[in-house]
Design a protein around this ligand. Structure first.
Ligand code: ADP
Ligand code: MG
Ligand code: MG
Length: 210
């Protein structure tokens, strides 16, 4: 089993850049309702830069692709989502570089990455942030990888869990980020970061399914 190798990791980042380009207005619309209306452009700019930085081909390791992606997101995105997604990928990349190539390693690395996001932003599950999509996504990913080791099935489960997690933020009141300034009025809207996380994991399912 190839797990997620450098080629698949690149395909993920490039696919994410493509989807954030196409869905920029959707994400910006969500952020206009409960934030400052820049989430679409932040994600588009960050992942376009990351796709450029990781290049193409199969050379290197998935860990290197993730580390470059994380570093690029941090340096190219001004909003909160840049450092948050950036630390996710950088932490995952660092963890992967010391690991073997078992399929489960990528799951554990992304789990560490999401934990780093929690430490950096101080948010927990239910605070109406991108964590509400990322946490169930990596839990689903690692669950399938550890039980059956099938990367395609695991990525599909992660994408489905992230989509549900993003939808569930609609009922939540924001306790972190700009949306928290709205208090109760943030309820009834989907969190922009959770929505982008759902697109990110959908891009992973597409990348490993190809
Ligand atoms: P900004 O709010 O700085 O304009 P973005 O619009 O790019 O940044 O990203 C907003 C998203 O970032 C939110 O929808 C939320 O999901 C996520 N976010 C904001 N603050 C935090 C935090 N402290 N922890 C986790 N996620 C956060
Ligand atoms: Mg914003
Ligand atoms: Mg902003």
């Amino acid at each position: 089993d190839p797990g997620i190798d450098a080629g698949a990791a690149r395909a993920w980042v490039r696919g994410a850049a493509d989807v954030f380009g196409r869905r920029m207005d959707y994400l910006t619309g969500l952020d206009t309702a409960i934030g400052d209306g820049d989430h679409g452009t932040n994600m588009q700019r960050g992942f376009a830069a990351a796709a450029e930085a990781v290049g193409s081909g199969d050379h290197g390791t998935a860990g290197e692709v993730f580390t470059t992606t994380g570093r690029t997101l941090i340096s190219s995105v001004g909003g909160a989502s840049g450092p948050l997604y950036g630390s996710l990928f950088r932490t995952a990349g660092k963890r992967l570089s010391g690991a073997g190539t078992e399929p489960g390693d990528v799951g554990s690395a992304l789990e560490d990455g999401v934990e780093a996001v929690g430490r950096l932003g101080g948010a927990r599950e239910g605070d109406k942030t991108l964590l509400d999509a990322c946490l169930p996504a990596v839990a689903a990913l690692t669950g399938v990888l550890r039980s059956r080791g099938d990367v395609v099935e695991a990525a599909r489960a992660a994408a489905d869990a992230a989509a549900k997690g993003a939808k569930d933020t609609e009922d939540m009141v924001a306790r972190k980020g700009r949306a928290s300034y709205m208090g109760q009025r943030s309820a009834g809207h989907r969190d922009p970061g959770a929505a982008s996380a759902a697109l990110l994991f959908e891009a992973l399912a597409t990348a490993v399914g190809e």
